[in-house]
Each structure stands twice: as C-alpha cells, then as structure tokens.
Design a protein around this ligand. Sequence first.
Ligand code: ZN
Length: 320
Amino acid sequence: MEPVRVKVWLPIRSLGWVNSYILGDTVIDPGMFTSRSILDLVRGLRGHMDPCRIGSVIVTHFHVDHSTAALLLSQLASPRLYIGRRDLEVIRGGVDKYIGGALELFKHNGMPGTEIEEILKTHPALRLREVYEEASSLEWTPLSHGDHISIGGEVLKVIEAPGHTPGHILLHSRDGWMIVGDTLLPGITPHVTIHDWNTDPLKDYLNTLKTIEKLSPSKAYPGHRDPITSPAERAREIIRHHDSRLNEIIELLKKNGPMTGYEIAKKIKWRTRYQSWAEYPPPEKFFAMGEALAHLKRLEEAGLVTHEEKGGTWTWRLEK
Ligand SMILES: [Zn+2]
C-alpha cells in the first residue's frame, strides 16, 4: 500500500501547500493550524476515512506548517501522536526559545535590531506560540532511529534525519518508498539554519542526504510539491548545491576581505524573486541569515574560515 496524498493549503505563498499523507488509519504531517488548512485536511480525509476515527498522527518534524494541526486532530479523535525524539525536546523546551537562539546569533553576526524586530513580529511559529504550547503538553510518543511502526498493513522503519530540524525523521517502507518530509524537496532546496552555535546542522544535513543516497528509496514522498521518482539523484543534487554555496562564501571573503555574517548573507546570490535585500520580507531575511550562518559554521568546523568577536559583533575571515 502506498500513502494517499492530501494537499493542504498553507498561508505561505512560496510553498502553496503542504502534503499530508494517509496510510491506513494514520495521518502523516496533518499541516498547519489555520481554518482553511484544516478544512482542506478534513475534506481530503473524508474520502478515505472517518476523521473522527484517526488512529495515529505522525509528524516528520515540528515545523509549524507540518505539525500544528495535530492539536485539532487530537481533539477530534484520540489518535496516538508520534514525533522524532529530538524535535519533541525542541517543542517541550519552547519554540520561542529555539527561535530566540537563532535571533541571538543573527544579532552577533551584525543583523540590525530593526530587522530582528520585524522577524519577531511576523514569524509564523511565533504567531502560533499558544498552539505550540498546548500541542507540546499532549501525550507524544518519541520516535528513535531504528524504531518500527505498523500502519495500514505496512511496517515503516524510522530513520533519524537531522539537518532541516534537529529531530526530523524519515519513514522507510519495506516496499522501498519513503516519506521524507522536508529533507528532500523537488525544485527547491530545504532550508538549513542554526539555532545553537554548539551544533553543526549543515554537517548533519549533508550526512542525512548521504544516508538517503545510500538507501536509495524507490520513490520519495516530500512535504511539499510532487513525489520524487529518483530520490538518490535528488540527494546528490542538493549536496552539490551546498558545496557550491560553501565555495561562494569562500570567494566572497577572498574578494571582499573580512565581513560580518549579515554582510555575507546580503551578498550571497539567493534564488529569489526579490531584486534587493531591502525588498525581502522578514521571513526571507530569516531564511537567508540562518542559511548563511549554517554554512559559515560548516566552513569554520572544516578549518577554512574563522571569526573574531569585538564588542559583541563577529567578523569572519579566511583561515590563513
Ligand atoms: Zn515544510
């Protein structure tokens, strides 16, 4: 049996929708806590099951667009709830605190306070803070690497796949297909950011991509857009994308000399429809800054760049 997809509307224009999957009496990634999204989800479910008889809900990762509708489903039915063990720690620790960690790093890396304020006002996860608080107090079962879940006559193996979030999970079926959440997306590269300087999320993510390449699933069901028919090839493409981004940062530092992370983020050639940094809406600035810092951290760990702190601001240069 293969999962049935329900496209669930998102108030995030660049993505359009999130894919919820139905397998037996289980819903994987129910979507976002908005009335329009929930309407789509319930309509989609009704063709396949009674929404009041959902047996379990699994979320691939804690992000707002995938997980927060679980709060509503937990009231509609009484499903068992599953999430990766490290993402459960994130929601239990408070999403505020998690995003606050990123913003603190943005500040040290030269992002102006006014731009940080704008992000605080508009970030979708912070706007759904109360939903997260309630959702985090539900009875979640944490999933770990190597766990098996039986649903809809299928046995799915859990693979921990950190990078996009610390506790992202993949679900690998015995038939060969895989539910990949936002670890592998067609046409767009999944976002990688950093929330704590003691972590190296890009390294984790590149390892996750290598794992997918090695497992070479027959088909991947992503969190957005359409199924991926050559997952191993897509994983290789994304690895190449990050290699060239790492090189781009080295070249920028060679050409311009020492810079703050903010100056680097502004100079990177992001694939976006906006013409200049000033045009970027706050979420795009959040993505760009987080992505730049995750790459700088990787380069620093690899011994290629280093940073110096002066008066609370970090300046990056090439390692001699
Ligand atoms: Zn997503």
